[in-house]
Design a protein around this ligand. Structure first.
Ligand code: SF4
Length: 277
């Protein structure tokens, strides 16, 4: 069977670009430019700083992969759809409701929201998303952040913790959340509660005052108005029990994010916790 060809990724382009964010291409950052080249058909020649052989390679690869991209079509539609939902939003008002920082656009530029996603900061305008530090991000992050903005906040947090299975509409999603978030973290940190604590500290977790018998119990905020209470019981080798993670949410969580996006946020948390020391 023929080997499936590998599609160009944003990181591939970033390795070839100078990453100095000079804006000559018309985009604020090299990352934004690379994203638009891959996802929106922007011409790579707009950056004058490619090495000639890199430009040739990129153009050839884009021609070879044609309409094919690393993302499914529905993701582009989802982003367009949710961008449509927020087009009339007043970002100055939204900012307070979702715990973001409002950044008014200077002449000719869009108003933005600066949103903290797992201690990485993103600048979200109605047309685009960029990482404040110029770091890597992808279309899934865009859709997640736009969905968070589109929900436009809700009731104040109550401090009442609930499991996913008690949230409306969670029946079909619970399994995906366990697999993509809880089970992954539990497997990675089996026998390493101190390492989990250290990783959670990077995410500014609060370890105080939780009434739980878990070996690690903490609250952290993957998004500014969405706290996760994370509980970890290490494996019991004598009794043959594997390590276990349970995540609880504030009962208002669905005021801030739809259930699908919440599952994705759980996967992002696992991804982030697994890459931390
Ligand atoms: S012109 Fe090239 S180097 Fe400058 S911001 Fe655009 S992609 Fe980056």
């Amino acid at each position: 069977m023929a080997e499936k060809k590998r599609l160009l990724q944003i990181l591939d382009l970033m390795k070839m670009l100078p990453r100095n964010n000079c804006k000559e291409c018309g985009f604020k950052t090299c990352m934004a430019f690379a994203t638009h080249v891959l996802r929106e058909g922007t011409k790579p020649e707009l950056c004058p700083y490619w090495q000639p052989e890199d430009l040739t390679f990129v153009k050839q690869s884009l021609a070879d992969q044609g309409e094919e991209t690393a993302y499914p079509d529905h993701l582009f539609s989802a982003r367009k759809f949710v961008q449509g939902k927020i087009k009339d939003y007043d970002f100055a008002q939204v900012a307070e409701r979702i715990g973001a920082r409002f950044e008014p656009g200077a002449a000719g530029t869009d108003d933005c929201l600066i949103i903290n996603l797992l201690e990485r900061f993103y600048r979200v305008s109605k047309n685009d998303v960029e990482a404040v530090d110029g770091g890597e991000h992808d279309l899934w992050d865009h859709v997640l952040l736009y969905n968070y903005v589109a929900e436009n906040g809700g009731r104040p947090l109550t401090g009442e913790w609930v499991p996913m299975e008690s949230l409306p509409g969670s029946l079909a999603k619970r399994k995906a959340f366990v697999k993509g978030c809880e089970a992954k973290i539990a497997a990675a940190y089996t026998g390493k509660p101190e390492a989990l604590k250290a990783a959670l500290k990077v995410l500014k977790a609060d370890f105080s005052e939780l009434d739980s018998n878990a070996e690690v119990a903490a609250v952290f905020y993957p998004l500014p108005k969405i706290p996760f209470q994370i509980l970890f019981w290490d494996a019991d080798l004598d009794d043959g029990f594997p390590a276990q993670i349970k995540v609880l949410f504030d009962e208002t969580v669905l005021d801030y994010l739809d259930i699908e996006s919440l599952v994705f946020l759980g996967e992002k948390c696992a991804e982030r916790l697994l890459e931390l020391p």
